[in-house]
Write a protein that binds this ligand. Sequence first.
Ligand code: FNR
Length: 350
Amino acid sequence: ETAPAPVNLRDFEPAARARLDPAHYDYFAGGAQDEITVAANEAAFRRHTLVPRILRGQGAPRLEVTVLGESASMPILLAPTAFHRLAHPDAERATARAAAEAGVIMIAAMLSTVTIEQIAACGAKLWFQLYIQPDLDFTASLVRRAEDAGCRALVVTADSPALGRNERGDRNRFHDLPPGIHCANMEEEGKVRQVVLSPDISWRHVDWLKETTSLPIVLKGVLHPEDARLAVEHGVDGLIVSNHGGRQLDTVPASLDRLPLVAEAVGGTVPLLLDGGVRRGTDVVKALALGAAAAAIGRPALWGLAVAGQAGVERVLELLRNELANALTLCGAASPADVTDGLLGGVAWK
Ligand code: FNR
């Protein structure tokens, strides 16, 4: 007997789980400690209500957006996630081909299992996610490689001065990648460098990075309005309101619940993206209504990848695109730009 085909993003998770090594499933699904923040991210979307406008005669909505000068077929990006080879042998190549097919921006993780050059060869619009390494010469060499590969922005992950504590990994004794899988961008002269998540990284490094590259810099992991203001002061070009999918500090609030505060702090000076718990077209509408220019998905793309490689990621994006188009139509909205906080009915239930 075959399982029914997934009809929404959530359906992909059990389908992926059935195919994955349990330790790898736990690595993808899990979060920090009690996973309070993992649950909070999705719960925040459930609490918000939408109040549609009627009889607006807008026709079918247009979904295209431009973020930091990059056009995309819809306001949905692929968030950077590590180690796609654990989900599928085609690894990040499959994900990138799906992104290219769908016309969405893929944020390629520094901790990919094929190189950024190999990902770039798959034709997607790419941004490169960076964990600034204390060895600045090495960090600069990664930045050069990302530039040369055609990446159009650098996404600096700022919420990781240390690794979050994933206890599923402890239980599974999953602390190393299996033989044959490694962080391909970290390979130098046949040796793979250790990744360093350093508590020494500071605004000084952001300033250094601004001098080192002319690519736009997007700071990922912003939750505090004061940090959002500092980011703008330091010349950052965009922010991702994110709690790393609940994988870093547990008991952090849902990223959606921080979005209005960050939006108020930056006052439209730089574009905001949102990730964490986005699973529905209506979730994307809510993120747009609360001030995001676009939203990103992490785990759902991994589930699609695990289920059917490139075709699975394509299907995840297609389902979300159809849901978003349907939600915008039902809201009476002509486009993502037409979505305002006027569509929000407040937080109505727990
Ligand atoms: C991540 N995320 C992440 N972020 C980042 O900046 N660099 C990374 O290497 C990773 N790796 C990673 C691995 C896995 C398995 C997951 C699930 C997540 C965080 C990611 O970019 C994003 O913030 C969240 O995944 C968004 O939440 P959802 O969509 O997974 O709920």
